[in-house]
Write a protein that binds this ligand. Structure first.
Ligand SMILES: Cc1ncc(COP(=O)(O)O)c(C=O)c1O
Length: 505
Protein backbone atom coordinates (compact mmCIF):
# COMPACT_ATOMS: atom_id res chain seq x y z
CA UNK A 1 0.00 0.00 0.00
CA UNK A 2 2.90 2.40 0.50
CA UNK A 3 3.31 2.54 -3.28
CA UNK A 4 -0.27 3.79 -3.52
CA UNK A 5 0.24 6.38 -0.78
CA UNK A 6 3.48 7.53 -2.44
CA UNK A 7 1.67 7.97 -5.75
CA UNK A 8 -1.17 9.92 -4.14
CA UNK A 9 1.28 12.16 -2.28
CA UNK A 10 3.30 12.75 -5.42
CA UNK A 11 0.14 13.91 -7.17
CA UNK A 12 -0.73 16.22 -4.26
CA UNK A 13 2.77 17.66 -4.05
CA UNK A 14 3.02 18.25 -7.80
CA UNK A 15 -0.51 19.49 -8.50
CA UNK A 16 -1.16 21.20 -5.14
CA UNK A 17 -4.97 21.19 -5.47
CA UNK A 18 -6.82 23.32 -2.91
CA UNK A 19 -7.54 21.53 0.35
CA UNK A 20 -9.39 19.70 1.61
CA UNK A 21 -9.44 17.14 -1.16
CA UNK A 22 -9.57 13.42 -1.68
CA UNK A 23 -7.20 11.82 -4.16
CA UNK A 24 -8.06 8.38 -5.44
CA UNK A 25 -5.80 5.90 -7.21
CA UNK A 26 -8.11 4.24 -9.73
CA UNK A 27 -5.61 1.48 -10.50
CA UNK A 28 -5.49 0.62 -6.78
CA UNK A 29 -9.30 0.38 -6.78
CA UNK A 30 -9.20 -2.12 -9.64
CA UNK A 31 -6.40 -4.08 -7.93
CA UNK A 32 -8.43 -4.32 -4.71
CA UNK A 33 -11.46 -5.50 -6.71
CA UNK A 34 -9.34 -8.16 -8.42
CA UNK A 35 -7.84 -9.33 -5.10
CA UNK A 36 -11.28 -9.75 -3.56
CA UNK A 37 -12.65 -11.46 -6.66
CA UNK A 38 -9.68 -13.87 -6.59
CA UNK A 39 -10.33 -14.71 -2.92
CA UNK A 40 -13.96 -15.58 -3.79
CA UNK A 41 -13.72 -17.53 -7.05
CA UNK A 42 -17.04 -18.14 -8.82
CA UNK A 43 -18.73 -15.40 -6.76
CA UNK A 44 -20.30 -12.35 -8.35
CA UNK A 45 -18.63 -9.25 -6.93
CA UNK A 46 -21.07 -6.31 -6.85
CA UNK A 47 -19.33 -3.02 -6.06
CA UNK A 48 -21.45 -1.05 -3.56
CA UNK A 49 -21.51 2.25 -5.45
CA UNK A 50 -22.50 4.25 -2.36
CA UNK A 51 -18.98 3.78 -0.98
CA UNK A 52 -17.60 6.03 -3.71
CA UNK A 53 -19.53 6.85 -6.88
CA UNK A 54 -16.68 8.80 -8.50
CA UNK A 55 -17.15 8.22 -12.26
CA UNK A 56 -13.59 7.07 -13.08
CA UNK A 57 -13.92 4.44 -10.30
CA UNK A 58 -17.22 3.13 -11.64
CA UNK A 59 -15.91 3.26 -15.21
CA UNK A 60 -12.74 1.31 -14.36
CA UNK A 61 -14.66 -1.30 -12.37
CA UNK A 62 -17.19 -1.70 -15.19
CA UNK A 63 -14.31 -2.26 -17.61
CA UNK A 64 -12.83 -4.82 -15.18
CA UNK A 65 -16.10 -6.80 -15.30
CA UNK A 66 -17.54 -5.86 -11.90
CA UNK A 67 -21.22 -6.06 -11.02
CA UNK A 68 -22.83 -3.13 -9.19
CA UNK A 69 -25.01 -2.78 -6.09
CA UNK A 70 -26.98 0.44 -6.58
CA UNK A 71 -29.06 2.18 -3.93
CA UNK A 72 -31.00 4.59 -6.14
CA UNK A 73 -32.01 5.44 -9.69
CA UNK A 74 -29.23 8.04 -9.85
CA UNK A 75 -26.62 5.38 -9.04
CA UNK A 76 -28.15 3.05 -11.66
CA UNK A 77 -27.99 5.80 -14.28
CA UNK A 78 -24.43 6.60 -13.30
CA UNK A 79 -23.32 2.98 -13.79
CA UNK A 80 -25.19 2.61 -17.08
CA UNK A 81 -23.68 5.85 -18.37
CA UNK A 82 -20.20 4.58 -17.55
CA UNK A 83 -20.42 1.30 -19.40
CA UNK A 84 -21.98 -1.17 -16.95
CA UNK A 85 -24.67 -3.27 -18.66
CA UNK A 86 -28.09 -3.18 -16.94
CA UNK A 87 -27.82 -6.94 -16.44
CA UNK A 88 -24.92 -6.33 -14.05
CA UNK A 89 -26.89 -4.05 -11.74
CA UNK A 90 -28.70 -5.04 -8.56
CA UNK A 91 -30.98 -2.53 -6.86
CA UNK A 92 -29.90 -3.46 -3.34
CA UNK A 93 -31.75 -0.80 -1.36
CA UNK A 94 -34.87 -2.23 0.24
CA UNK A 95 -36.26 1.31 0.54
CA UNK A 96 -37.53 2.58 -2.80
CA UNK A 97 -40.44 4.63 -4.12
CA UNK A 98 -42.76 3.15 -6.74
CA UNK A 99 -41.35 5.71 -9.21
CA UNK A 100 -37.81 4.46 -8.48
CA UNK A 101 -38.82 0.88 -9.17
CA UNK A 102 -40.56 1.85 -12.40
CA UNK A 103 -37.59 3.90 -13.60
CA UNK A 104 -35.04 1.22 -12.66
CA UNK A 105 -37.09 -1.33 -14.59
CA UNK A 106 -37.31 1.05 -17.55
CA UNK A 107 -33.51 1.31 -17.45
CA UNK A 108 -33.25 -2.47 -17.69
CA UNK A 109 -32.54 -3.35 -14.05
CA UNK A 110 -33.97 -6.79 -13.30
CA UNK A 111 -32.49 -7.61 -9.89
CA UNK A 112 -33.88 -6.18 -6.69
CA UNK A 113 -33.56 -6.76 -2.96
CA UNK A 114 -36.66 -6.52 -0.80
CA UNK A 115 -37.76 -7.14 2.77
CA UNK A 116 -41.46 -6.24 2.85
CA UNK A 117 -44.70 -7.37 1.30
CA UNK A 118 -45.76 -3.95 0.06
CA UNK A 119 -42.43 -3.54 -1.73
CA UNK A 120 -42.93 -6.95 -3.39
CA UNK A 121 -46.37 -5.90 -4.58
CA UNK A 122 -44.94 -2.77 -6.24
CA UNK A 123 -42.09 -4.79 -7.74
CA UNK A 124 -44.60 -7.28 -9.19
CA UNK A 125 -46.60 -4.42 -10.70
CA UNK A 126 -43.82 -2.15 -11.97
CA UNK A 127 -40.89 -4.53 -12.45
CA UNK A 128 -42.78 -7.70 -13.45
CA UNK A 129 -40.81 -10.92 -13.66
CA UNK A 130 -37.73 -9.42 -11.97
CA UNK A 131 -35.44 -11.43 -9.71
CA UNK A 132 -35.91 -10.67 -6.05
CA UNK A 133 -33.70 -11.58 -3.11
CA UNK A 134 -35.15 -11.12 0.35
CA UNK A 135 -32.85 -9.53 2.91
CA UNK A 136 -32.77 -11.17 6.32
CA UNK A 137 -31.77 -9.70 9.66
CA UNK A 138 -29.00 -11.61 11.35
CA UNK A 139 -27.74 -11.41 14.89
CA UNK A 140 -24.11 -11.43 13.83
CA UNK A 141 -21.54 -9.93 16.21
CA UNK A 142 -21.74 -6.15 15.99
CA UNK A 143 -19.57 -4.56 13.33
CA UNK A 144 -17.84 -1.20 13.74
CA UNK A 145 -20.63 0.57 11.82
CA UNK A 146 -23.70 -1.70 12.23
CA UNK A 147 -27.04 -1.22 10.43
CA UNK A 148 -29.15 -1.85 13.55
CA UNK A 149 -32.58 -3.19 12.63
CA UNK A 150 -33.23 -0.84 9.72
CA UNK A 151 -33.11 -3.49 6.96
CA UNK A 152 -34.13 -7.09 6.58
CA UNK A 153 -36.75 -9.31 8.14
CA UNK A 154 -36.56 -12.38 10.29
CA UNK A 155 -35.95 -15.63 8.39
CA UNK A 156 -39.51 -16.93 8.97
CA UNK A 157 -40.93 -13.85 7.31
CA UNK A 158 -38.36 -14.20 4.51
CA UNK A 159 -39.81 -17.65 3.75
CA UNK A 160 -43.28 -16.14 3.40
CA UNK A 161 -42.02 -13.22 1.31
CA UNK A 162 -40.13 -15.42 -1.14
CA UNK A 163 -43.18 -17.69 -1.47
CA UNK A 164 -45.28 -14.56 -2.08
CA UNK A 165 -42.77 -13.27 -4.66
CA UNK A 166 -43.15 -16.56 -6.50
CA UNK A 167 -46.97 -16.30 -6.40
CA UNK A 168 -46.73 -12.74 -7.76
CA UNK A 169 -44.79 -13.96 -10.80
CA UNK A 170 -41.47 -12.60 -9.60
CA UNK A 171 -38.33 -14.75 -9.69
CA UNK A 172 -37.77 -15.71 -6.03
CA UNK A 173 -34.01 -15.69 -6.55
CA UNK A 174 -32.65 -16.04 -3.05
CA UNK A 175 -31.59 -14.56 0.24
CA UNK A 176 -29.39 -11.55 1.01
CA UNK A 177 -27.86 -10.34 4.24
CA UNK A 178 -25.15 -7.92 5.35
CA UNK A 179 -23.16 -8.56 8.54
CA UNK A 180 -22.53 -4.83 9.13
CA UNK A 181 -19.88 -2.60 7.62
CA UNK A 182 -16.25 -2.82 8.83
CA UNK A 183 -17.01 -6.30 10.17
CA UNK A 184 -13.79 -7.46 11.82
CA UNK A 185 -14.98 -10.98 12.67
CA UNK A 186 -14.88 -13.43 9.72
CA UNK A 187 -17.15 -15.78 11.72
CA UNK A 188 -19.89 -13.12 11.65
CA UNK A 189 -21.19 -14.52 8.34
CA UNK A 190 -22.00 -17.90 9.94
CA UNK A 191 -25.35 -16.93 11.48
CA UNK A 192 -26.59 -15.36 8.23
CA UNK A 193 -25.54 -18.38 6.19
CA UNK A 194 -27.21 -20.76 8.69
CA UNK A 195 -30.44 -18.73 8.59
CA UNK A 196 -30.38 -18.58 4.78
CA UNK A 197 -30.00 -22.38 4.61
CA UNK A 198 -33.16 -22.77 6.70
CA UNK A 199 -35.03 -20.40 4.37
CA UNK A 200 -33.87 -22.39 1.31
CA UNK A 201 -34.96 -25.72 2.90
CA UNK A 202 -38.37 -24.44 4.02
CA UNK A 203 -39.08 -23.05 0.55
CA UNK A 204 -37.96 -26.23 -1.21
CA UNK A 205 -40.56 -28.09 0.85
CA UNK A 206 -43.13 -25.68 -0.66
CA UNK A 207 -41.92 -26.20 -4.20
CA UNK A 208 -40.04 -22.87 -4.47
CA UNK A 209 -36.34 -23.16 -5.23
CA UNK A 210 -34.24 -20.07 -4.53
CA UNK A 211 -30.71 -20.42 -5.88
CA UNK A 212 -28.72 -17.35 -4.85
CA UNK A 213 -27.11 -16.19 -1.62
CA UNK A 214 -25.89 -12.61 -1.34
CA UNK A 215 -23.36 -12.36 1.48
CA UNK A 216 -23.29 -8.55 1.53
CA UNK A 217 -20.26 -6.39 2.18
CA UNK A 218 -18.56 -5.71 5.48
CA UNK A 219 -14.99 -6.69 4.53
CA UNK A 220 -12.86 -4.48 6.72
CA UNK A 221 -9.78 -2.31 6.42
CA UNK A 222 -6.97 -2.00 8.97
CA UNK A 223 -7.10 1.80 9.44
CA UNK A 224 -5.14 2.35 12.69
CA UNK A 225 -5.56 -1.31 13.73
CA UNK A 226 -5.58 -4.57 11.83
CA UNK A 227 -8.22 -6.34 9.80
CA UNK A 228 -8.51 -9.89 8.46
CA UNK A 229 -7.17 -10.49 4.96
CA UNK A 230 -9.60 -11.35 2.14
CA UNK A 231 -8.40 -14.97 2.31
CA UNK A 232 -9.36 -15.20 6.01
CA UNK A 233 -12.88 -13.98 5.28
CA UNK A 234 -13.11 -16.40 2.34
CA UNK A 235 -11.94 -19.36 4.46
CA UNK A 236 -14.43 -18.69 7.27
CA UNK A 237 -17.30 -18.08 4.83
CA UNK A 238 -16.39 -21.17 2.81
CA UNK A 239 -16.45 -23.32 5.98
CA UNK A 240 -19.85 -21.91 6.99
CA UNK A 241 -21.26 -22.57 3.52
CA UNK A 242 -20.07 -26.19 3.51
CA UNK A 243 -21.49 -26.73 7.00
CA UNK A 244 -24.93 -25.23 6.36
CA UNK A 245 -25.41 -26.22 2.71
CA UNK A 246 -24.09 -29.82 2.77
CA UNK A 247 -26.00 -30.78 -0.38
CA UNK A 248 -24.45 -27.98 -2.44
CA UNK A 249 -23.57 -24.33 -2.10
CA UNK A 250 -25.92 -21.84 -3.86
CA UNK A 251 -24.81 -19.23 -6.39
CA UNK A 252 -22.90 -16.62 -4.41
CA UNK A 253 -22.63 -12.85 -4.49
CA UNK A 254 -20.75 -10.35 -2.34
CA UNK A 255 -21.29 -6.58 -2.21
CA UNK A 256 -18.08 -4.96 -1.03
CA UNK A 257 -17.77 -1.18 -0.92
CA UNK A 258 -15.21 -0.22 1.69
CA UNK A 259 -12.72 -3.00 0.87
CA UNK A 260 -12.57 -1.93 -2.77
CA UNK A 261 -12.10 1.83 -2.46
CA UNK A 262 -10.99 2.78 1.05
CA UNK A 263 -7.30 1.93 0.65
CA UNK A 264 -7.09 3.76 -2.67
CA UNK A 265 -7.85 7.19 -1.22
CA UNK A 266 -6.08 9.86 0.78
CA UNK A 267 -7.46 13.17 2.05
CA UNK A 268 -5.10 16.11 2.31
CA UNK A 269 -6.26 18.71 4.80
CA UNK A 270 -4.96 22.02 6.08
CA UNK A 271 -4.67 22.92 9.76
CA UNK A 272 -6.98 25.90 10.32
CA UNK A 273 -5.87 26.52 13.89
CA UNK A 274 -4.16 25.05 16.95
CA UNK A 275 -5.23 26.15 20.44
CA UNK A 276 -5.51 25.11 24.10
CA UNK A 277 -8.54 25.48 26.33
CA UNK A 278 -6.32 26.76 29.15
CA UNK A 279 -2.64 27.52 29.63
CA UNK A 280 -2.20 24.26 31.54
CA UNK A 281 -4.20 22.06 29.18
CA UNK A 282 -2.02 19.20 27.96
CA UNK A 283 -4.19 18.62 24.92
CA UNK A 284 -4.12 20.96 21.94
CA UNK A 285 -7.25 21.36 19.85
CA UNK A 286 -6.31 20.99 16.19
CA UNK A 287 -8.95 22.31 13.78
CA UNK A 288 -8.83 20.97 10.23
CA UNK A 289 -10.51 22.18 7.03
CA UNK A 290 -12.15 18.74 6.72
CA UNK A 291 -14.63 17.47 9.30
CA UNK A 292 -17.75 15.49 10.01
CA UNK A 293 -19.82 17.30 7.38
CA UNK A 294 -17.42 17.53 4.46
CA UNK A 295 -16.03 14.04 4.25
CA UNK A 296 -15.35 12.49 7.64
CA UNK A 297 -18.89 11.35 8.51
CA UNK A 298 -17.58 7.98 9.67
CA UNK A 299 -15.84 9.63 12.61
CA UNK A 300 -19.30 9.77 14.25
CA UNK A 301 -18.91 8.04 17.61
CA UNK A 302 -15.24 7.79 16.60
CA UNK A 303 -16.22 4.58 14.80
CA UNK A 304 -13.49 4.76 12.19
CA UNK A 305 -10.12 5.95 13.45
CA UNK A 306 -8.15 7.01 10.38
CA UNK A 307 -4.36 7.13 10.21
CA UNK A 308 -3.34 10.79 10.23
CA UNK A 309 0.17 11.93 9.32
CA UNK A 310 1.82 15.32 8.78
CA UNK A 311 2.34 16.01 5.08
CA UNK A 312 5.54 18.01 5.66
CA UNK A 313 8.68 17.68 7.78
CA UNK A 314 8.43 18.29 11.56
CA UNK A 315 10.80 17.71 14.49
CA UNK A 316 9.99 14.40 16.25
CA UNK A 317 8.56 15.88 19.49
CA UNK A 318 4.80 15.37 19.62
CA UNK A 319 1.89 15.63 22.05
CA UNK A 320 -1.77 14.65 22.47
CA UNK A 321 -4.41 16.38 20.37
CA UNK A 322 -8.16 16.59 20.01
CA UNK A 323 -9.11 16.83 16.36
CA UNK A 324 -12.08 18.84 15.11
CA UNK A 325 -13.61 19.97 11.84
CA UNK A 326 -14.08 23.48 10.47
CA UNK A 327 -17.80 24.12 11.02
CA UNK A 328 -19.50 26.15 13.70
CA UNK A 329 -21.18 22.98 15.00
CA UNK A 330 -20.52 21.32 18.34
CA UNK A 331 -20.76 17.82 16.87
CA UNK A 332 -18.06 18.51 14.34
CA UNK A 333 -15.39 16.97 16.56
CA UNK A 334 -13.51 14.08 15.02
CA UNK A 335 -11.58 12.49 17.86
CA UNK A 336 -11.60 13.39 21.55
CA UNK A 337 -11.57 9.89 23.11
CA UNK A 338 -9.36 8.14 20.57
CA UNK A 339 -5.77 9.08 21.40
CA UNK A 340 -3.99 10.98 18.63
CA UNK A 341 -0.58 12.64 18.82
CA UNK A 342 0.75 15.25 16.41
CA UNK A 343 4.00 17.26 16.26
CA UNK A 344 4.35 20.04 18.83
CA UNK A 345 5.54 22.21 15.95
CA UNK A 346 2.19 21.92 14.14
CA UNK A 347 0.84 25.36 13.13
CA UNK A 348 -2.04 26.81 11.14
CA UNK A 349 -1.41 26.34 7.42
CA UNK A 350 0.42 23.01 7.87
CA UNK A 351 -0.95 20.04 5.95
CA UNK A 352 -1.98 16.61 7.21
CA UNK A 353 -2.73 13.43 5.25
CA UNK A 354 -5.63 11.22 6.30
CA UNK A 355 -5.05 7.75 4.94
CA UNK A 356 -7.40 5.02 3.66
CA UNK A 357 -10.17 7.55 3.06
CA UNK A 358 -11.48 6.32 -0.31
CA UNK A 359 -14.75 4.93 1.11
CA UNK A 360 -17.72 6.74 2.63
CA UNK A 361 -16.03 10.14 2.61
CA UNK A 362 -16.78 12.28 -0.47
CA UNK A 363 -20.10 10.50 -0.97
CA UNK A 364 -21.18 11.45 2.58
CA UNK A 365 -20.21 15.09 2.22
CA UNK A 366 -22.93 17.72 2.77
CA UNK A 367 -23.74 20.15 -0.03
CA UNK A 368 -23.03 23.40 1.79
CA UNK A 369 -23.24 23.10 5.58
CA UNK A 370 -21.78 26.37 6.92
CA UNK A 371 -21.19 27.36 3.30
CA UNK A 372 -18.47 24.73 2.97
CA UNK A 373 -18.45 22.95 -0.37
CA UNK A 374 -18.51 19.13 -0.66
CA UNK A 375 -15.18 17.33 -0.57
CA UNK A 376 -13.53 17.49 -4.00
CA UNK A 377 -12.13 14.31 -5.51
CA UNK A 378 -9.18 14.02 -7.89
CA UNK A 379 -8.31 10.73 -9.58
CA UNK A 380 -4.96 9.38 -10.64
CA UNK A 381 -4.43 6.32 -12.84
CA UNK A 382 -7.22 4.63 -14.75
CA UNK A 383 -7.80 4.82 -18.48
CA UNK A 384 -6.88 7.92 -20.43
CA UNK A 385 -10.10 9.25 -21.96
CA UNK A 386 -10.41 8.48 -25.65
CA UNK A 387 -10.18 11.43 -28.00
CA UNK A 388 -12.95 11.37 -30.59
CA UNK A 389 -11.48 11.44 -34.08
CA UNK A 390 -14.44 13.41 -35.49
CA UNK A 391 -13.98 16.24 -37.99
CA UNK A 392 -16.08 18.45 -35.69
CA UNK A 393 -15.39 18.43 -31.95
CA UNK A 394 -19.08 18.12 -31.19
CA UNK A 395 -22.57 19.55 -31.33
CA UNK A 396 -23.99 22.37 -29.26
CA UNK A 397 -27.78 22.29 -29.13
CA UNK A 398 -29.62 25.43 -28.00
CA UNK A 399 -33.33 25.18 -27.29
CA UNK A 400 -36.30 27.07 -25.90
CA UNK A 401 -39.22 25.21 -24.41
CA UNK A 402 -42.61 26.91 -24.09
CA UNK A 403 -45.98 26.04 -22.53
CA UNK A 404 -44.35 24.12 -19.66
CA UNK A 405 -46.12 23.61 -16.33
CA UNK A 406 -44.84 26.45 -14.04
CA UNK A 407 -44.88 24.12 -11.03
CA UNK A 408 -42.38 21.80 -12.72
CA UNK A 409 -40.29 24.79 -13.81
CA UNK A 410 -39.98 25.92 -10.20
CA UNK A 411 -39.05 22.47 -8.85
CA UNK A 412 -35.24 22.06 -8.67
CA UNK A 413 -35.46 18.32 -7.90
CA UNK A 414 -37.78 17.60 -10.84
CA UNK A 415 -35.60 19.58 -13.27
CA UNK A 416 -32.45 17.94 -11.98
CA UNK A 417 -33.87 14.43 -12.34
CA UNK A 418 -35.30 15.17 -15.78
CA UNK A 419 -32.00 16.63 -17.05
CA UNK A 420 -29.90 13.79 -15.63
CA UNK A 421 -32.21 11.12 -17.09
CA UNK A 422 -32.38 12.76 -20.53
CA UNK A 423 -28.61 13.15 -20.73
CA UNK A 424 -27.92 9.60 -19.56
CA UNK A 425 -30.44 8.10 -21.94
CA UNK A 426 -28.88 10.08 -24.80
CA UNK A 427 -25.50 8.49 -24.06
CA UNK A 428 -23.85 11.28 -22.05
CA UNK A 429 -22.04 10.73 -18.75
CA UNK A 430 -23.09 13.10 -15.98
CA UNK A 431 -20.10 13.83 -13.76
CA UNK A 432 -21.72 16.48 -11.56
CA UNK A 433 -24.93 18.48 -11.20
CA UNK A 434 -25.35 21.90 -9.64
CA UNK A 435 -28.73 23.44 -8.90
CA UNK A 436 -29.64 26.99 -7.98
CA UNK A 437 -33.14 28.29 -7.18
CA UNK A 438 -33.73 31.99 -7.71
CA UNK A 439 -36.08 34.20 -5.66
CA UNK A 440 -38.96 34.58 -6.09
CA UNK A 441 -38.88 31.86 -8.76
CA UNK A 442 -36.81 30.15 -11.42
CA UNK A 443 -34.16 27.46 -11.37
CA UNK A 444 -30.83 26.85 -13.06
CA UNK A 445 -29.45 23.33 -13.30
CA UNK A 446 -25.92 22.92 -14.61
CA UNK A 447 -24.63 19.50 -15.63
CA UNK A 448 -20.93 18.81 -15.96
CA UNK A 449 -20.56 16.00 -18.51
CA UNK A 450 -17.66 13.76 -19.41
CA UNK A 451 -18.44 15.09 -22.92
CA UNK A 452 -18.72 18.81 -21.85
CA UNK A 453 -21.80 20.42 -20.25
CA UNK A 454 -25.55 21.07 -20.28
CA UNK A 455 -27.89 23.50 -18.57
CA UNK A 456 -31.53 24.36 -18.01
CA UNK A 457 -32.65 27.81 -16.93
CA UNK A 458 -36.35 28.17 -16.15
CA UNK A 459 -38.84 31.06 -16.04
CA UNK A 460 -41.94 29.65 -14.30
CA UNK A 461 -43.76 32.96 -14.68
CA UNK A 462 -43.50 32.60 -18.49
CA UNK A 463 -43.81 28.79 -18.68
CA UNK A 464 -40.45 28.83 -20.46
CA UNK A 465 -37.10 27.09 -20.14
CA UNK A 466 -33.84 27.78 -21.97
CA UNK A 467 -31.77 24.67 -22.52
CA UNK A 468 -28.34 24.01 -23.92
CA UNK A 469 -26.48 20.75 -24.33
CA UNK A 470 -22.94 20.58 -25.69
CA UNK A 471 -21.29 17.21 -26.17
CA UNK A 472 -17.90 16.47 -27.69
CA UNK A 473 -17.30 13.29 -29.67
CA UNK A 474 -19.88 10.92 -31.06
CA UNK A 475 -20.87 8.89 -28.00
CA UNK A 476 -23.69 11.17 -26.87
CA UNK A 477 -26.53 12.63 -28.94
CA UNK A 478 -27.29 16.17 -27.64
CA UNK A 479 -30.36 16.62 -29.87
CA UNK A 480 -31.86 13.44 -28.46
CA UNK A 481 -31.07 14.67 -24.93
CA UNK A 482 -32.97 17.91 -25.60
CA UNK A 483 -35.95 16.07 -27.10
CA UNK A 484 -36.06 13.62 -24.18
CA UNK A 485 -35.95 16.56 -21.77
CA UNK A 486 -38.76 18.34 -23.63
CA UNK A 487 -40.89 15.23 -23.41
CA UNK A 488 -40.07 14.68 -19.70
CA UNK A 489 -41.15 18.28 -19.00
CA UNK A 490 -44.18 17.89 -21.28
CA UNK A 491 -43.20 21.05 -23.15
CA UNK A 492 -45.97 22.31 -25.46
CA UNK A 493 -43.48 24.14 -27.73
CA UNK A 494 -39.89 23.27 -28.60
CA UNK A 495 -37.51 25.43 -30.63
CA UNK A 496 -34.15 23.86 -31.27
CA UNK A 497 -31.02 24.77 -33.20
CA UNK A 498 -27.68 23.02 -33.47
CA UNK A 499 -24.23 24.54 -33.86
CA UNK A 500 -21.42 22.23 -34.96
CA UNK A 501 -18.39 23.17 -32.89
CA UNK A 502 -14.76 22.68 -33.82
CA UNK A 503 -14.91 23.50 -37.54
CA UNK A 504 -12.50 26.43 -37.07
CA UNK A 505 -8.93 25.24 -37.42
C1 LIG B 1 -26.92 -3.30 0.76
C2 LIG B 1 -25.46 -2.99 0.96
N1 LIG B 1 -24.55 -3.75 0.33
C3 LIG B 1 -23.24 -3.51 0.46
C4 LIG B 1 -22.77 -2.47 1.24
C5 LIG B 1 -21.29 -2.24 1.33
O1 LIG B 1 -20.80 -2.54 2.56
P1 LIG B 1 -19.24 -2.41 2.88
O2 LIG B 1 -18.82 -1.08 2.44
O3 LIG B 1 -19.17 -2.62 4.33
O4 LIG B 1 -18.54 -3.50 2.12
C6 LIG B 1 -23.67 -1.68 1.95
C7 LIG B 1 -23.19 -0.60 2.82
O5 LIG B 1 -23.89 0.18 3.40
C8 LIG B 1 -25.07 -1.94 1.80
O6 LIG B 1 -25.98 -1.16 2.39
Amino acid sequence: MTAVVDRLRRYLDEQAPPTPCLVLDVDAVVAAYRDLAAAFPGTRVYYAVKANPEPPVVEALAAAGAWFDVASVAEAELCLGLGAPAARLSYGNTIKKAADIARAHELGVREFVSDAEDDLAVLAELAPGSSVSVRILTDAPASVTPFGRKFGCDPDLAIELLARADELGLDAAGVAFHPGSQQLDPLAWDTGIAAAAKVFDALAARGVHPRRLNLGGGFALGYTGTAPAAAEYAAAIGAALRAHFPAGVPELAIEPGRAIVAGAGLIRTEVVGVSRRSATDEHRWVYLDVGRYNGLAETENEAIAYRIEPAGEHPPADGPVILAGPTCDGDDVLYQRTPYRLPLSLRRGDRLDILDTGAYTASYSSVAFNGIEPLRTYCVGGATPAVAPASFAGRHVLAEFGAVDPVVLDDPAALRTALRSALTEAGATVRDLLTHRFQPQGVTVLAMLAESHASVHSYPELGTAFVDVFTCGEAADPERAVRLLASALDAGEVNLSTVRRGGVR
